[in-house]
Design a protein around this ligand. Structure first.
Ligand code: AMP
Length: 207
């Protein structure tokens, strides 16, 4: 809801690097579109409750992905790490691969704004484009402007789950702000500005 999905699409376009989104990976596992054997029922239940998937599973998936050759020239991690344990595991793996992260982007948005954005969010089943029932309506109800696919509300965008996601964020993910500030890597961006302004600030921070 902070806009990391939207901004990620713009960043990978501008920098031509692979997009590693753990949320997208879990959603494709649930649809049976990701290679390998995973505890899909457990992943679906945790996501629907707004809780985090177990560190060990997330870390193994990301590490496998980072070892692929297309990541040699850079990559964008979206939604990972989300815990200090994940950040430690990432740092160990990057040391082994001889890679240094350029930066960590923290997109800041107030809770009330996030709740408003997420509870109205509509996603296209076919192409993944996102809309909003108030702020960014599709031209015809429940139909994607881009591909004609059906629009739906993500199970984890229901209000109760959204509130739980915010709590989980505060307890488990917010400590990463200190973690990466101490390493001098954190770049905080105001995520309440319009999409293009946020993107321009991210590019400035990365450059
Ligand atoms: P996102 O699309 O990034 O908002 O992620 C959606 C959901 O996927 C989260 O609420 C978690 O349940 C799960 N998830 C995504 N990334 C992670 C992660 N790094 N660690 C644990 N769970 C994750």
């Amino acid at each position: 809801g902070g806009g990391k999905g939207t901004q990620s699409d713009k960043i990978i376009g501008a920098f031509s690097i692979p997009h590693i989104s753990t949320g997208d990976i879990f959603r494709s596992m649930i649809k049976g579109e990701y290679q390998g054997t995973f505890p899909v029922d457990q992943i679906r239940d945790l996501m629907n409750q707004g809780r985090l998937i177990l560190d060990e599973l997330v870390v193994n998936i990301v590490i496998d992905r980072l070892r692929q050759s297309d990541c040699r020239k850079g990559f964008l991690l979206d939604g990972f790490p989300r815990t200090v344990e994940q950040a430690d595991a990432l740092s160990m793996e990057l040391d082994k691969l001889g890679i240094k992260l350029d930066g960590v982007i923290n997109i800041e948005v107030k809770d009330e704004v996030l709740i408003g954005r997420l509870t109205g969010r509509l996603v296209c089943r076919k192409c993944g484009a996102t809309y909003h029932s108030k702020f960014n309506k599709p031209k015809s109800d429940n139909v994607c402007d881009l591909c004609g696919g059906e629009l739906y509300t993500r199970d984890d965008d229901k209000e109760e789950t959204v509130r739980n996601r915010l709590l989980v964020y505060k307890n488990q993910t917010q400590p990463l702000i200190d973690y990466y500030t101490k390493l001098g890597m954190l770049k905080t961006i105001d995520g309440e500005a319009d999409t293009d302004t946020v993107f321009a600030k991210i590019c400035e921070a990365l450059e």
